[in-house]
Write a protein that binds this ligand. Structure first.
Ligand SMILES: [Zn+2]
Length: 339
């Protein structure tokens, strides 16, 4: 338990999805380990049996999310790596993508979209898009680099002032010499005045650096918010393509937007575009890429693949939807070398 806690320290606010023992026991009744694959028991069975098993052992919302995500990744050739799904038991009308391949949805949004698999599929597609387009990995790195550059630029801008102050420092040493040469009160007073002037100049230079950094940081925040809004449009667009290829109803995306539009913060959050604009962009996209032809493309890809298995993730609380290779490295090594 302690080990699980350590692994999950980056997601401290998130409480457990469901009792860990419950899922691990159900996922593989003969194993004492949490993450033994279901692949072994399902390899020889008909594909629909994986789904029946999932329906039996997963809580309803998680089962729905597994089916939705599993279909989206197969229809879009995204099944070459595993994905993770987490339901956060909090009544928020939101979802997010984080930690390499994790799709997290709050209870609140599942409740608001209850009975609408296509709306949920569109949201899952949107969060997958944040991963596939590397929206998450890039942003913090970019921001840190930009802030460092701002400080560097500001320092260069006030370098001239620093150099002036340096010149004063030379004056101080002259003053110091004067004090030594001539001795007495005059020399000491002159040196003290110069010292004060230099300190004042340096103080002003630092103040100016701080002012420039603060102003440029503000401009940067605005640029990043703009960039974030563009990324949301991009994730909406790709999310629609992903879910439509998987055969879900295009209108599900519009219905999900209406759910998001109900949240008081949605209109004012600077990092997200206003919901009516997102709906408008989606409608344009639906004309440009009709859902029907996308679904046909996806159907062909799905028919060439097998249903994906699942396990409790090694993070101890999310559901890992395995890649097309299954969830057991042990099985895979035995498949390659049988003796
Ligand atoms: Zn988003």
């Amino acid at each position: 338990m302690l080990k699980i806690k350590t692994v999950l320290s980056t997601l401290t606010a998130i409480t457990l999805l469901l009792p860990i023992q419950q899922l691990s026991v159900k996922a593989n009744p003969t194993s004492s380990e949490n993450s033994t694959s279901t692949q072994q028991t399902t390899d020889t069975e008909q594909p629909k049996n994986i789904y029946s098993q999932a329906k039996e052992e997963l809580p309803e919302d998680l089962y729905a999310l597994y089916r939705i995500l599993e279909r989206i990744v197969r229809a879009n050739k995204l099944d070459d790596k595993p994905w993770r799904i987490l339901i956060i038991p909090e009544y928020n009308i939101n979802a997010f993508a984080t930690n390499v391949n994790l799709i997290a949805l709050y209870n609140g949004i599942l409740d608001q979209a209850a009975g609408d698999a296509s709306a949920i599929a569109c949201l899952v597609g949107h969060e997958i898009a944040h991963h596939t387009e590397k929206h998450i990995a890039l942003a913090p790195v970019e921001k840190a680099a930009l802030i460092a550059k701002i400080r560097q630029d500001a320092e260069e801008e006030v370098l001239a002032e620093k150099q002036d102050a340096q010149a004063e420092a030379t004056g101080l040493s002259v003053g110091g010499s004067a004090a030594r040469i001539f001795g007495g009160r005059t020399g000491r007073v002159g040196a003290a005045i110069l010292d004060n002037v230099i300190r004042q100049r340096l103080k002003e230079a630092h103040k100016r650096i701080d002012e420039i950094v603060a102003q440029k940081k503000e401009e940067l925040e605005e640029t990043l918010a703009e960039e974030s809004r563009n990324r949301e449009f991009e994730a909406d667009e790709i999310g629609y393509l992903y879910s439509a290829k998987a055969g879900f109803e295009a209108e599900g995306c519009l219905r999900m937007m209406k759910v998001l539009g109900q949240t008081p913060s949605a209109e004012f959050d600077t990092t997200h575009p206003a919901v009516p604009k997102r709906i408008e962009a989606l409608k344009d996209l639906m004309v440009k890429f009709p859902a029907k032809s996308l679904a046909e493309e996806g159907k062909a890809l799905i028919s060439q693949t097998q249903p994906l298995t699942y396990d409790l993730s090694k993070d101890g609380k999310s559901l890992r939807v395995n890649s097309s290779r299954g969830g057991s490295s042990a099985n895979d090594v035995e498949r390659l070398f049988d003796n």
